[in-house]
Design a protein around this ligand. Structure first.
Ligand code: HEC
Length: 113
């Protein structure tokens, strides 16, 4: 019984530290997953209207060619400040780099590029 308890607490400790470090990593490193989350976040850029990127580009619809855009980050800011009535994100911020990662992943497989 004691052994089982010790095992259980060891597992809990490992799980808790994984959750802790996992969230620390997610907060600092740009990632596809974070980009996807922001894409669906109506509060992106401090936006106070109820729209998210996903409202007009559901699941990235219409953005299949955006990966070719050499000014992708600037274009994203145009939609943040215009459509979302939010504040532009710094181009090298973790949020912007995550959004760029997510949007680049929407690359259309039939585009031929
Ligand atoms: C109210 C609707 C609306 C919202 C909300 C919106 N967009 Fe757009 N977006 C458009 C329209 C319209 C265009 C220009 C037409 C097009 O290219 O589809 C566009 C164009 C773009 C483009 C350029 C596409 C290309 O091929 O280069 C990108 C990138 C983009 N949006 C990203 C975003 C992101 C990221 C968000 C969230 C911050 C967002 N949009 C929110 C309507 C919207």
């Amino acid at each position: 019984m004691k052994l089982i308890l010790r095992r259980v607490s060891a597992v809990m400790l490992v799980t808790a530290s994984m959750a802790f470090f996992g969230s620390a990593i997610a907060a600092d490193v740009p990632s596809f997953a974070h980009g996807k989350k922001l894409f669906n976040d109506p509060a992106l850029g401090g936006s106070t209207n109820s729209m998210s990127c996903n409202s007009c580009h559901p699941s990235g619809k219409g953005l299949e060619h955006a990966w070719k855009n050499p000014k992708l980050a600037e274009t994203i800011n145009v939609c943040i400040t215009g459509q979302l009535t939010g504040k532009a994100l710094p181009l090298d911020s973790m949020e912007m780099r995550s959004l760029v990662l997510y949007i680049r992943s929407l690359k259309s497989p039939v585009s031929g590029y």
